[in-house]
Design a protein around this ligand. Structure first.
Ligand code: SAH
Length: 216
């Protein structure tokens, strides 16, 4: 007999659908990845609420709806390579890993990078590589170009060198705007003519800061 789903997990799925997430592969990934493994132990009973939660180093794990929305907007295909800037807990990377070939995720705090690596390994997300580094410094990011780039920290502007790391017809999603307050989620598509920008929705992310954090 299948184990019945706890009611909070059913509500979690229902809420995502209600708010407009319709891509079945995205919904399935959010259903399968246990968010409780990525939040602080004291917050486990809140893991399936649609809200951001605090994690180590003063950072946050994003709200599930925003994770689902950004993932849907990436229009992932199984053979894609994806770059994520802002590993945090590793939750977004785990969701991505179900939907593409390879995820390279970069985090500026060693504590967060190490924690995410362990969680992702325990969940068998073996197509994710977690790197300690500065995602604002595109020249320090290994590899050549990526089919998709997702930034999960607020950037005042998208560095041109980061856009150049997109494959032709690639898509980048990033929250762009002031570090304090609200940002606009931007979708940038690399076309034959250049870069096509589209504003999606208002969001709130912790800031993208330069350099590897000196604190652990
Ligand atoms: N995607 C994460 C949430 C991200 S919170 C999750 O699913 O849990 C944003 C993260 O971006 C923070 O952990 C922060 O330390 C990191 N960050 C900020 N600036 C960065 C930079 N320049 N390079 C890499 N990571 C950065």
């Amino acid at each position: 007999m299948p184990v019945p789903k706890p009611p909070e997990k059913m509500m979690f799925q229902l809420n995502l659908r209600r708010r407009g997430i319709s891509d079945q592969t995205v919904l399935r990934a959010l259903e399968e990845i246990p968010r409780e493994a990525f939040v602080e132990p004291a917050d486990r009973d809140q893991a399936y609420r649609d809200s951001a939660l605090g994690i180590s180093c003063g950072q946050t794990i994003s709200q599930p709806f925003v994770v689902a929305y950004m993932t849907e907007q990436l229009q992932l295909q199984k053979d894609h390579s994806v770059l994520e800037i802002g590993t945090g807990s590793g939750y977004q990377a785990a969701i991505l890993s179900r939907l593409c070939r390879l995820v390279l995720t970069i985090e500026r705090y060693r504590t967060l990078a190490d924690g995410a690596r362990v969680r992702l390994e325990q969940l068998g997300c073996d197509n994710v590589e977690v790197l300690l580094g500065d995602g604002l410094d595109a020249s320090s990011i290994p590899g050549s170009q990526f089919d998709r780039i997702i930034v999960t920290a607020a950037m005042e502007q998208i560095p041109e060198a980061l856009l150049q790391r997109l494959e032709p017809h690639g898509i980048l999603i990033a929250p762009v705007g002031p570090h304090q307050g609200t940002q606009t989620l931007m979708r940038v598509t690399r076309t034959d003519a250049g870069f096509e920008r589209r504003e999606l929705v208002d969001v709130r992310f912790v800031p993208a800061l330069p350099g590897i954090a000196r604190e652990l």
